[in-house]
Design a protein around this ligand. Structure first.
Ligand code: NDP
Length: 241
């Protein structure tokens, strides 16, 4: 069984990804920050459908906590390593740049961008030694086109897109691929307070996407079938650019 770590795997897109990868036969490590109940629900659903996995709580924006979580993982599973990493955990703290406070900037950069560095460097060595790995980064339409009211979030996501392309070239010869998935508007808690009726007029498919529609692409990128695809950013956005 391959081990897959899904950060923010307890709710929304991460939950759909955790369920899909478990269905694909992977042992899923479901990370979350604080909502233990939702994380436990997700794991229960996976187990009820015959999947396997466990919870791995840590705050991805905190390097010491991240490090400790990896130590816990190694103690629990000394013979195993993570072969598939889904850097999915993310937050929004929208504000116009002129009013944006330090916390709004730093929290979004630490959670959405710096976490990529802390976590990816930790799993990379085993992937390189074993000459197999899949790293999939959840970015956003905001990181591709820039979204007003989201300079912090757009900067974080654009930063990961750059890192995806750079890292892909560093490690391609070791058969470890790095790709990014860029959702548009997907129906989750993160988009719950948006005016869906108004926003969907801008989307050529005239609807928000479902988390499961993002998970299908992640499943393909995490599989052996995607071996020759690396450094790509693939959108799942109903045609909105
Ligand atoms: P949700 O708000 O529905 O879920 C967020 C998940 O991330 C939860 O599991 C949450 O855990 C976890 N999380 C948040 N902060 C941390 C942290 N510091 N450490 C560990 N876990 C954390 O988000 P979505 O599913 O909508 O978004 C998932 C990803 O997709 C994000 O990176 C987001 O930027 C991106 N995205 C989403 C879009 C959308 O329309 N929904 C569009 C484009 C991109 P807990 O429950 O414990 O808080």
């Amino acid at each position: 069984m391959k081990f897959a770590l899904i950060t923010g795997g307890s709710r929304g897109i991460g939950k759909a990804v955790s369920k899909k990868l478990a269905e694909d036969g992977m042992y899923v490590l479901i990370n979350y920050r604080s909502n233990k109940e939702e994380a436990e629900n997700t794991l229960e659903e996976i187990k009820a459908s015959g999947g396997a996995g466990e919870l791995l709580q840590f705050d991805v924006s905190k390097p010491e906590e991240t490090e400790r979580a990896f130590e816990v993982f190694s103690e629990r599973h000394p013979e195993n390593h993570i072969e598939i990493l889904i850097n999915n955990a993310g937050i929004r703290k929208d504000n116009l740049q002129v009013f944006m406070g330090d916390d709004e900037w730093n929290d979004v950069i630490n959670t959405n961008l710096n976490s990529f560095f802390y976590i990816t460097r930790r799993v990379l060595k085993d992937m390189l030694v074993n000459k197999f790995g899949r790293i999939i980064n959840m970015v956003s339409l905001s990181g591709l086109k820039g979204m007003p009211g989201q300079t912090n979030y757009s900067a974080a996501k654009a930063g990961i897109i750059g890192a995806t392309k750079a890292l892909a070239q560093e490690i391609a010869s070791k058969k470890v691929t790095v790709n990014a998935v860029a959702p548009g508007f997907i129906k989750t808690d993160m988009t719950a307070e948006l005016d869906e009726k108004e926003l969907k007029k801008m989307i050529p498919m005239r609807r928000f996407g479902k988390p499961e529609e993002v998970a299908e692409l992640v499943s393909f990128l995490a599989s052996e079938k995607s071996a020759y695809i690396t450094g790509e950013v693939i959108s799942v956005n109903g045609g909105i650019y």
